[in-house]
Design a protein around this ligand. Structure first.
Ligand code: NAP
Length: 283
């Protein structure tokens, strides 16, 4: 069973599933409703739940902390509780935003957690619930900067803005790892296949700032817009984001034998998909 079945990752998980899956979108299952979660799990009787549903609007979470906590922390606890009751495994997708962002080397899964935003705190609440309620039957997969040929994401936003404006200003002092939703889905199924337990980080290889990411998108798409670097201070947002949230994928590679491909290669494939679907570039 997949939650968040209509999100970027949920769609990729359903498309790449190795067996029979039931992908439930928010309209089918609001994970914040404990009775609805119990009913859905009773009906589907999954051996495994991949929990990709979340309130992912990072600034929105800052403005509506109650909703962030209800969906991301309590929603995950609701699923973990029911999984424990029926003996199902749970794979929970978490975020680089559980870290403070002041490290000088890639974060390992066991590094101290100190979210700087309501979104990060609520996702960490979900992690703690999973570890407490399902101490053995869980995998927590932290990822970062997810993009796909569909849905709301940075790649599609930059393509739209670069088509509309001669210049784009993008922050150059937040560093992380862009991650392709299709790759992430395949890695999650590989973790499921191996029955991996505990926490891993799964992202594409390489790292950049949002400015570097935007420049690469514009260059690969052959657009004329100029991309200019700005600081976070020049571009204030409600949520504080980590300055450095590069995640080490060593534990993931040790568990699966998979070496993630560079994010630039994955980006090229997503841009090809957007071209093939015609007109789908605009978000
Ligand atoms: N996107 C990123 O850059 C990023 C980075 C790190 C980690 N992650 C994590 O990766 C996972 C997948 O994210 P994504 O990139 O696929 O995001 P996404 O495209 O926003 O998908 C999330 C899905 O969850 C749904 N959802 C929202 N509230 C829900 C609720 N109460 N019950 C059930 N579903 C609900 C959303 O539906 P609506 O659209 O209708 O609200 C959306 O379809 C999430 O756990 C996220 O926290 C994402």
């Amino acid at each position: 069973m997949i939650t968040g079945g209509e999100g970027q990752l949920g769609v990729a998980l359903a498309a790449g599933a190795p067996g029979t899956v039931e992908a439930l979108g928010r309209q089918d299952l609001d994970v914040g409703d404990p009775q609805a979660v119990a009913r859905a799990v009773e009906r589907v009787r999954p051996a495994l739940v991949v929990h990709a549903g979340a309130y992912t609007d990072v600034d929105g979470c800052e403005d509506d902390r109650q909703r962030a906590w209800r969906v991301n922390a309590e929603g995950t606890a609701n699923l973990a509780r029911v999984c424990a009751a029926i003996g199902a495994r749970l794979i929970y997708v978490s975020t680089d935003y559980v870290f403070a962002g002041d490290a000088s080397r890639p974060y390992e899964p066991g590094d101290p957690l100190q979210p700087t935003s309501a979104y990060g705190a609520s996702k960490l609440g979900g992690e703690l619930a999973v570890r407490t309620l399902l101490p053995r039957d869980h995998t927590i997969v932290r990822t970062s900067w997810v993009f796909a040929a569909r849905g709301r994401n940075f790649v599609r936003t930059i393509l739209r803005l670069a088509a509309e404006r001669p210049e784009l200003r993008v922050v150059d002092d937040q560093r992380g790892r862009p991650t392709c939703a299709d790759d992430l889905a395949a890695w999650i199924w590989a973790l499921a296949d191996r029955g991996a337990v505990g926490t891993v980080h799964a992202c594409n290889a390489g790292e950049c700032t949002w400015y570097g990411f935007a420049r690469e998108i514009v260059a690969q798409a052959g657009l004329a817009a100029r991309v200019l670097p700005v600081s976070t201070a020049e571009f204030p947002r409600p949520a504080r984001r980590p300055a450095y949230s590069v995640l080490s994928t060593d534990a993931f590679t040790a568990a699966t034998g998979i070496e993630p491909r560079p994010w630039k290669d994955a980006l090229a494939e997503v841009l090809r998909d957007l071209d093939a679907t015609g007109g789908g570039r605009q978000a």
